[in-house]
Design a protein around this ligand. Sequence first.
Ligand code: PGA
Length: 244
Amino acid sequence: MLIVANWKAYVEDEAKAKRLYAAAKRLAAGGRHEIVLAPAAPYLGEFASANRSSVAFAAQDISETTGGAATGEVTAAINESVGATYAIVGHSERRAKGETDAMVLEKVRHALANGLTPILCVGERERDPEAKYLSFLRGQLSAVFEPLSLKERSRIVLAYEPVWAIGKGAAEAITPADLGEMVLYIRKVLGSYKGAGKVRILYGGSVDPSNIRALAVGGGVDGFLIGHASTEVQSFGALVKAVN
Ligand code: PGA
């Protein structure tokens, strides 16, 4: 499985970041899973540039610009230059700050152009009884997949992260059965875009050691994008072991 640890801003202490990285290296050494860490940019620079392990690194976000006079922006090229190989794009916490589908597409393009694998996040804010969330999701998917070439589409990793399920306890995560249905739906939508048929699908939203196995089995996903439960050495280890 592909297991992506999104540290968000939970980890603000270098010593703790180092402990988590060391744990990730031990877990990745087993070779069963591909482990990707998404630390804040300074830690990514520190760790990824000297990384000799099988742990991979993802930027938590990349800039919509390509460089030049853009104070504060960290571009895809900058991330790639220090050893990132993935970039999370379109996370709901970025979209909540005004990131549009058009901006997300631009970021995906920059990631691809600079050799980073985009981890494209999509997901509905809420569920309505008329199932309008399905067309919302289709819209988020088509905004990115439609304009891309066949080859570009095939390089995307998709993370389905329903916003209502993020940052909660396991009881509020999606059920394995509902996840299974959503993955089928997403596969159907992606199937209409040439090149996207084999895109890896991750689930994110309140994944923890108690629910990851059932979600893996019932959800039919290729991996997980994990926030808070990936930011403690013990729970991160328990997460990976639960899917071994
Ligand atoms: P969570 O976050 O695991 O803390 O719910 C997941 C995410 O937002 O990527």
